[in-house]
Ligand binder design. Structure first.
Ligand code: ADP
Length: 257
């Protein structure tokens, strides 16, 4: 369970990223965070794994106040939380399976890391993760031979390989074409259902947010202006989140028909 209790984030330059956020996300939820560019979506998800520190209030994950974690404890905590980025962050000259295996490195003795020695069990686990996202046949292909969508599936498999209980995804489909975006969102949905992993996606495609997430959180200027079921998002809700500002092209047709 993730709890924000009056959590806020002010950046060192004085910019306020989040104000007084209070919310609870239960294990196994699929939540989409929507809002204009600069609304605070990234800041919100990055305070969950302490990529950013909340500067006021508390963020509590599975009973642990994340601001109290340091060093080894913080690293251990972060292993439970997968992170997916828009830009995949793969070693593109390496094979798919080697990219997936990199998520085992923090738990390995230094000499095995140095020589890249992975056990049969580790390889089997990595192949299983690739199977989960439908690209087992690409295991020994170099990542730079894959499409953007396939690369994002490798990133997802790498995250699954660390057995996370939560996956945070920051604009995971923003650079993909609509067909691949749907395929990758389907992967998230399947992982969420079959493995009960909490998924929190920061996304500006409102249509995809409504199609795949069970819960939508709309933020504007660092504050929550909507928190409810996807099916209850209507024109009034979208107006609260977007109206009066320049709306990104991708959401225009959803907001204004
Ligand atoms: P979104 O993800 O919705 O586009 P962000 O969370 O990235 O929004 O940003 C929220 C606000 O915080 C914006 O005003 C942004 O300019 C500011 N911000 C984000 N990161 C930093 C940073 N590292 N330093 C200063 N201000 C930042």
């Amino acid at each position: 369970m993730i709890e924000f209790i009056n959590a806020g984030k002010t950046y060192p330059n004085g910019v306020v990223g989040l104000k007084n956020i209070t919310l609870t996300i239960e294990q196994g939820e699929f939540v989409a965070i929507i809002g204009l560019s600069g609304a605070g979506k990234s800041t919100l998800i990055r305070t969950v794994n302490r990529m950013h520190d909340a500067t006021s209030g508390k963020v509590i994950v599975d009973g642990i106040d994340v601001n109290t974690l340091k060093g080894k404890e913080l690293r251990k905590f972060r292993r439970k939380i997968g992170m997916i980025f828009q830009s995949f962050n793969l070693v593109t000259r390496a094979t798919v399976i080697n990219n997936v295996l990199t998520s085992d490195i923090p738990d390995m003795p230094w000499y095995r890391t140095l020589f890249g020695i992975f056990t049969k069990e580790q390889k089997m686990k990595a192949l299983k993760a690739l199977d989960k996202v439908g690209i087992l046949d690409k295991a020994y292909t170099r990542c730079d031979q894959l499409s953007g969508g396939q690369q994002q599936r490798v990133a997802l498999a790498r995250t699954l390989n660390q057995n996370p209980s939560i996956i945070l995804a920051d604009e995971p489909v923003a650079s993909l074409d609509p067909i691949m975006a749907d395929v990758v969102m389907d992967d998230f949905k399947r992982i969420n259902k079959e493995m009960n992993i909490t998924i929190i996606i920061n996304i500006h495609h409102v249509d995809l947010a409504l199609k795949y997430a069970n819960r939508v959180i709309g933020i504007r200027s660092g504050e929550i202006v909507y928190d409810g079921k996807s099916e209850d998002v209507n024109q009034d809700v979208l107006d609260k989140i977007y109206a009066g500002k320049e709306v990104p092209e991708m959401v225009k047709e959803v907001v204004y028909g």
